[in-house]
Design a protein around this ligand. Structure first.
Ligand code: 13P
Ligand code: SF4
Length: 301
């Protein structure tokens, strides 16, 4: 922790001077998550809490689509991301032109897009969802068929819980697509009695091998509620580190995958972001209005 002291002190001072807050996703490293963040959570919580942030500056410790969402909901505030290269394989998998093609192929079918998409893709959709509310969003539409984009596995995992027919796309999360059912069975053999939780961006065959599936906040709440003796989270590596701090009585088994995009954010570039006011995230107003509508519609569900 002493290694981080300098940066943490500087960031806490800069936050006061600039009336800034730091929003951090559950996949941020513990020194960010526990050391400097004001608001932490899953994508849904970050979107919800971004609505009533009382500050001039928001630093988004997470990936670019999260910063765009914060900007959509706070058009008058400065939104900074410490590294513009913090992307997402799901967000990169689909364009507004792809959505136009899907709409032409499926006339009248509403488009639900995962928040892990660009503002331009959100603008081309009817409503957004996250892994924490996907089922409720799909069912809120009251229609028999929905285009659920771009995460194929999330759509397949939700399809098992609803009668609504979900037409999907071929996007995948590069972190969660790597887990395999054989690997999960191997974890059970290696660690007897382990409770296995998986993020719904994992393939359905992987989720079939788990004891519970939910968003990053869902997994964290599961551990707090059920207090398993031994737990393994099929998700990004920092997740276990952040949850484990609150649960010393639970043994966390650590096979996990790293998200190279989330890991671009560090204390030193957060400090630089506040010192040099960079990198400012903006959204073209013509895109911002319809994109905001899709996010706000989700928040109202
Ligand atoms: P949630 O935090 O919404 O579960 O999403 C996980 C994720 O991969 C975000 O990038
Ligand atoms: Fe995207 Fe997956 Fe990384 Fe989340 S973990 S930012 S979905 S690549």
């Amino acid at each position: 922790w002493m290694l981080f002291e300098d940066d943490i002190d500087a960031i806490l001072r800069l936050k006061r001077e600039r009336n800034a807050v730091i929003l951090a996703h559950n996949y941020q490293t513990p020194e960010i998550f526990h050391g400097v963040a004001n608001i932490v959570g899953d994508s849904l919580a970050l979107a919800r809490k971004a609505v009533d942030v009382d500050a001039d500056v928001i630093v988004l410790a997470g990936v670019h689509f999260m910063a765009e969402t914060a900007k959509l909901l706070n058009p008058g505030k400065t939104v900074l991301i410490p590294d513009m290269g913090a992307g997402c394989s799901l967000a990169d998998s689909i364009t507004p032109e792809d959505i136009a093609g899907l709409r032409a192929a499926h006339p009248g079918v509403p488009v639900v897009t995962y928040v892990n998409t660009s503002a331009a893709v959100k603008a081309a959709s009817d409503i957004c969802c996250t892994s924490g509310n996907a089922l409720q969003v799909v069912e809120s539409l009251g229609v028999p068929r929905v285009l659920m984009l771009p995460d194929e596995y999330l759509a397949q995992n939700i399809a098992r819980q609803t009668k609504v027919e979900l037409i999907t796309w071929h996007g995948h999360c590069e972190v969660h697509e790597r887990f395999t059912p054989a690997e999960v069975r191997g974890f059970r053999d290696a660690w007897p009695g382990v409770t296995i939780l998986g993020h719904p961006e994992c393939p359905p065959e992987v989720i079939a091998e788990t004891d519970y599936s939910g968003s990053t906040a869902g997994m964290s709440d599961f551990v707090a509620r059920e207090r398993p003796e031994r737990v393994l989270l099929l998700t990004e590596c920092s997740m276990s580190d952040n949850v484990a701090i609150h649960h010393p009585e639970t043994e966390f088994i650590r096979p996990c995958n790293l998200c190279p995009h989330m890991k671009r954010i560090s204390l030193s570039n957060i400090r630089q972001a506040l010192e040099e006011n960079r990198h400012e995230v903006t959204v073209d107003p013509a895109i911002a209005a319809p994109a905001r509508r899709a996010v706000e519609r989700m928040l109202a569900v």
